[in-house]
Design a protein around this ligand. Structure first.
Ligand SMILES: Nc1ncnc2c1ncn2[C@@H]1O[C@H](COP(=O)(O)OP(=O)(O)OP(=O)(O)O)[C@@H](O)[C@H]1O
Length: 343
């Protein structure tokens, strides 16, 4: 659906060249919800804005549905942009127009007649749940409602692709969830390919199937979200995941463990990450029985990525000469095991 090849964008600012995108290559499949993540300044917004040519690439190609975007004439680009809707973090609504006026805007530009516009606007407002706000002005709406108007406006010309640039970053968690649910609905009902830039791991976790991780203008890792979540290879993906999975023992817990009397036993603090239908409890029971070791659970949590459970468990493991065997056994069961302390 979207093929990006050798995409490079250099900004010239005050006599300095800034390479915002450095040789990006990506394939985004039709019907995907594709996330672009990375720290501030990584080039995410530049990339998404190059996809619909809001930013002109310095080199490289962007093909959408077989059409090479970089070679289009202004008239062809205007036509092609109807196929690529975009929503923004700060909504970018026209404050002097009502909700229905905002949604009608791209249809007016497309030259549709009044009757067609009215019925399409009605349909779109019903889709985003704002039929009762048609005559309100943006200033009278909440953030979530404003983004719903943004979505309705972006969908007006029946696009095949919807680009979302930090679309939920200005919203509270509950409103974010409702917007993500709306985007999922749009994706599954109309088969629209969604590309979303975000720095919020929680957003990615809830909605994206595939992701690209960016750093300093480059894509450092890409693939299925579940694979990147379970086995992040790049430092940046690992750092991102720290915001979701527990990785360091809190100082309070370290102190507590330090103060425990532990005789002459060998002991370690072990972090276990599991993914899928593996439950921690029977595993721990079987470790205790099989190896005759003591286990003290220090921390545990389970969360879900698109309905698949994943979790982190931090245990204190005690047992003379048996710990290496336990770690091997856990790894053989497919768990990701990491010794994080000998406090
Ligand atoms: N119009 C511009 N002129 C000059 N430099 C720019 C311009 N837009 C972006 N940049 C630079 O390009 C780099 C990438 O910026 P970009 O906004 O794409 O990053 P980002 O990953 O979206 O960051 P954030 O998450 O903070 O929005 C940064 O170094 C930024 O300063």
């Amino acid at each position: 659906m979207i093929k990006i090849r050798n995409l490079t964008k250099i900004y010239h600012s005050n006599g300095i060249d800034i390479k915002a995108l450095d040789n990006i290559n990506l394939n985004i499949e039709k019907g995907d919800i594709f996330g672009i993540i990375g720290p501030s300044g990584a080039g995410k917004s530049t990339l998404i804005r190059c996809i619909n040519m809001l930013e002109k690439p310095t080199y490289g190609s962007i093909e959408i549905d077989g059409v090479e975007m970089t070679k289009l004439s202004p008239t062809e680009l205007k036509e092609m942009r109807k196929k690529v809707g975009i929503i923004f973090q700060h909504f970018n609504l026209l404050s002097s127009r009502t909700v229905k006026g905002n949604v009608a805007f791209p249809l007016e530009i497309a030259g549709l007649d009044k009757k067609t516009i009215n019925s399409r606007v009605k349909e779109l407002l019903a889709l985003v749940g704002l039929s009762n706000k048609a005559d309100s002005y943006p200033s009278q709406l909440s953030g979530g409602q404003k983004q719903r108007v943004g979505i309705a406006r972006a969908l007006a010309n029946n696009p095949k692709v919807l680009l979302c640039d930090e679309a939920t970053s200005a919203l509270d968690p509950e409103t974010t969830l409702s917007i993500l649910n709306l985007l999922k609905e749009i994706n599954s009902e109309f088969g629209i390919t969604i590309v979303m830039v975000t720095h919020e791991m929680n957003v990615v976790k809830q909605i994206c199937k595939n992701v690209a991780v960016m750093e300093k203008g480059r894509v450092v890792e890409q693939g299925l979200l579940v694979e990147i979540f379970t086995n992040p290879k790049s430092k940046i993906a690992q750092n991102f995941l720290r915001s979701l999975t527990f990785s360091e023992l809190p100082e309070e817990l370290k102190d507590k463990i330090n103060n425990l009397h532990r005789g002459h036993l060998e002991w370690k603090i072990v972090k276990i990450n599991f993914f899928g239908e593996v439950t921690a409890e029977p595993i721990l029971t079987s470790v205790i029985k099989k190896f005759d070791v003591d286990i003290n659970v220090l921390y545990g949590n389970i969360d879900y990525i698109q309905g698949i459970p994943y979790g982190t468990l931090i245990i204190e493991l005690r047992g003379n000469n048996k710990i290496e065997g336990v770690l091997r056994y856990l790894q053989e069961l497919g768990l990701k095991v990491e010794v994080i302390g000998n406090v």
